[in-house]
Ligand binder design. Structure first.
Ligand SMILES: NC(=O)c1ccc[n+]([C@@H]2O[C@H](COP(=O)([O-])OP(=O)(O)OC[C@H]3O[C@@H](n4cnc5c(N)ncnc54)[C@H](O)[C@@H]3O)[C@@H](O)[C@H]2O)c1
Length: 269
């Protein structure tokens, strides 16, 4: 370990079970010397699982629905009390779409569910940042990372309204990143991660095909959840002080590959 986060304090959203990207980030952040609180939506939280993670990492668990300003205000107030001061890093690892879960075609979405998914998966980042900003809860030099997917830029059938949510998420990171950077020296970025076998990932129709295709397309292969956690830790650290307002691809080279030899061979006669 490198002690990259020694003395740093954070809030980690979205550790549901041991496959969650946020779970791996919590383990790595702990290894790198950080102190943090863990949070998830009260209804989504698997108490047994998150309690075990809390014990391993010495983290207090503070439930918060990321669509509730009241919950978020309480989360930031309590986290600063528990951790003994302002926050240095935040991981936003939150996504949910009822339309995706129900397998509804993009041409026949339920718009109430679309709005709910947008609120949970994208506007929640604005809510988190606005709450932190109003409480002045993040130290200068702090870093906020939210997780995204390349469907924000390109169509992936089956990803449905989550594609639009991810576009909005990336845009919010850019816009808030401007104000937070200029006024308080805080970084805001999104990491666009390879398909990863988690509860949210596996809920997408055709996920296994996305996964195998990306694996064959990416010169370095798919990035794992553990590798994503390493990248997030680097972005929370002082080694990346001038990176902000970016959507950063962490995908083994997938985003810049037109076609790979392996995929071409699948079509050769
Ligand atoms: N798995 C993939 O293939 C993949 C690829 C790229 C990006 N991502 C993104 O990574 C992030 C984490 O997902 P994951 O793959 O680790 O899956 P996951 O299912 O383990 O995590 C999603 C989390 O969102 C939480 N959540 C849902 N509604 C919430 C609410 N109202 N308030 C607070 N939290 C809420 C869930 O409880 C869960 O912990 C998501 O933003 C996802 O879109 C995943």
């Amino acid at each position: 370990m490198y002690n990259l986060l020694k003395g740093k304090k954070g809030i980690i959203f979205g550790a549901l079970d041991e496959n969650s990207i946020a779970w791996k980030v919590a383990l790595k952040a702990h290894e790198e010397g950080a102190k943090f609180t863990l949070t998830n939506a009260p209804i989504a939280m698997r108490m047994g699982a998150i309690k075990a993670l809390g014990e391993t990492t010495g983290a207090e668990i503070i439930p918060a629905d990321a669509t509730s300003m009241e919950d978020l205000e309480n989360l930031f107030t309590k986290s600063q009390e528990v951790l003994g001061g302002k926050i240095d890093f935040i991981l936003h690892s939150i996504g949910m779409s009822i339309n995706v879960r129900k397998g509804r075609p993009y041409t026949d979405l339920k718009h109430d569910d679309f709005l709910k998914a947008m609120d949970i998966s994208a506007l929640s980042l604005h809510r988190v940042l606005q709450t932190a900003y109003k409480q002045d809860a993040i130290n200068r030099g702090g870093s906020v990372v939210a997780l995204s997917y390349i469907a924000a830029q390109r169509i992936f059938p089956g990803y449905s309204d989550m594609a639009d949510n991810k576009s909005a998420l990336e845009s919010i990171a850019r816009s808030f990143g401007y104000y937070y950077g200029k006024e308080r020296g805080v970084r805001v970025n999104t990491v666009s991660q390879s398909p990863t076998k988690t509860t949210a990932g596996s809920g997408i129709k055709g996920f296994d095909v996305f996964y195998d295709y990306a694996e064959k397309m990416s010169p370095l292969g798919n990035a794992s959840a553990d590798e994503c956690a390493d990248y997030c830790v680097a972005l929370f650290s002082d080694l990346t002080k001038k990176i902000t307002m970016q959507n950063l691809f962490h995908d083994g080279g997938f985003s810049n590959t037109g076609v790979s030899q392996e995929v071409m061979e699948m079509f050769m006669k």
